[in-house]
Design a protein around this ligand. Structure first.
Ligand SMILES: Nc1nc2c(ncn2[C@@H]2O[C@H](COP(=O)(O)OP(=O)(O)O)[C@@H](O)[C@H]2O)c(=O)[nH]1
Ligand SMILES: [Mg+2]
Length: 213
């Protein structure tokens, strides 16, 4: 049986090695914390269908799978991404300091319109915090990013981060700010949207369960 969805979005998970990118992806896909921290055999790819604002969206998520250790994250990795989680570790200022580089790469190599959510990960390690919430939220504001602190360990805000990013993309499609038909938009229509005429947001003929996000 093939999956039915309205849209498919390509998402990236970017940020310094050790920030917790693979664990965030694993938590989102598998709903559990990835125990082994094997750097070479990371999850490279994951997908999950979610319900956002009455639409069924397939998120196709790419993880750097350790390439960032060698500063060799390729252009093809970025190509055609609609959204990204930009991850740093709240207990490591070093990972925070590289955010600007990642941001530049995402906006030049993916698209200037890429929707990015900043994730301050390892929220559970508050006692070892090196970056305050306030400082990071200012950075997010200045750079037009959404922002959440997450924990891939406890799962706190992990789903929220992916959903928030997806919701923002849907809003931009609705407002006309993003055009799914533009080459490299990172957005594709799924079967569901092809079989139905496009409808205004908030109405759906599908009897899928609604999430209250
Ligand atoms: N306490 C805590 N540790 C985490 C969290 N996320 C990841 N880690 C740990 O941080 C290390 C790096 O995680 P990983 O996902 O491999 O980072 P990546 O290099 O960005 O993919 C591993 O030892 C993980 O167990 C978190 O939210 N809380
Ligand atoms: Mg990794």
């Amino acid at each position: 049986m093939s999956e039915t969805y309205d849209f498919l979005f390509k998402f990236l998970v970017i940020g310094s090695a050790g920030a917790g990118k693979s664990c965030l992806l694993h938590q989102f896909i598998e709903n559990k914390f990835k125990q082994d921290s094997n750097h070479t055999i990371g999850v490279e790819f994951g997908s999950r269908v979610v319900n956002v604002a009455g639409k069924t969206v397939k998120l196709q998520i790419w993880d750097t799978a350790g390439q960032e250790r060698f500063r060799s994250v390729t252009r093809s990795y970025y190509r055609g991404a609609a959204g990204a989680l930009l991850v740093y570790d709240i207990t490591s200022r070093e990972t925070y300091n590289t955010l600007t580089n990642w941001l530049t790469d995402a906006r030049t190599l993916a698209s200037p319109n890429i929707v990015i959510i900043l994730c301050g990960n390892k929220k559970d390690l508050d006692a070892d915090r090196e970056v305050t919430f306030l400082e990071a939220s200012r950075f997010a504001q200045e750079n037009e990013l959404m922002f959440l602190e997450t924990s891939a360990l406890t799962g706190e805000n992990v789903e929220e981060a992916f959903l928030k990013c997806a919701r923002n993309i849907l809003n931009k499609i609705d407002s006309g700010e993003l055009d799914p038909e533009r080459m490299g938009s990172g957005i594709q229509y799924g079967d569901a949207s092809l079989r139905q005429p496009r409808q205004p947001r908030g109405t759906t003929t599908q009897s899928k369960q609604q999430c209250n996000c």
